[in-house]
Design a protein around this ligand. Sequence first.
Ligand code: IDP
Ligand code: MG
Length: 138
Amino acid sequence: MERTLSIIKPDATLRNITGKVNAMIEDAGLKIVAQKRIRLTKEQAEEFYDVHKDKVFFPNLVEFMTSGPVVVQVLEADNAVELYRKIMGATNPAVAEEGTIRKTYALSIDKNTVHGSDSLENAKREIEFFFSHVEIDH
Ligand code: IDP
Ligand code: MG
């Protein structure tokens, strides 16, 4: 069993579709083993997306991720990291595959509904960023 970190982004909490996104996650065989709704501070968003700090879209990304509440979650399955990236679809919904979360719900390349860890190593770091062991070790 593997775990990955998911974030349902502000465009989705704003449209009240977090349940619809969760249904797609569960239908794909991923189990939601921890979940909470929070509002990120600017400092937290900057730290979480530190890897993108030199990109032109970084200020916009931080502004968007702090513009409303997010739902952070830990997903579990065999091959969870790769499986979740697959059902999320491409970063840009215009080129995402049919049936993916982003193709179905994303509004644009920035308002793209979900985040998912891109490697097992980053999944570990990102899960520890948001969850303490008492919240997930069950
Ligand atoms: P990912 O979320 O598919 O892993 P990343 O390249 O890690 O994509 O980028 C992180 C997030 O930054 C994206 O999900 C998206 O919200 C935003 N982003 C990425 N590229 C662009 C861009 O070219 N314009 C605006 N926002 C972008
Ligand atoms: Mg990424």
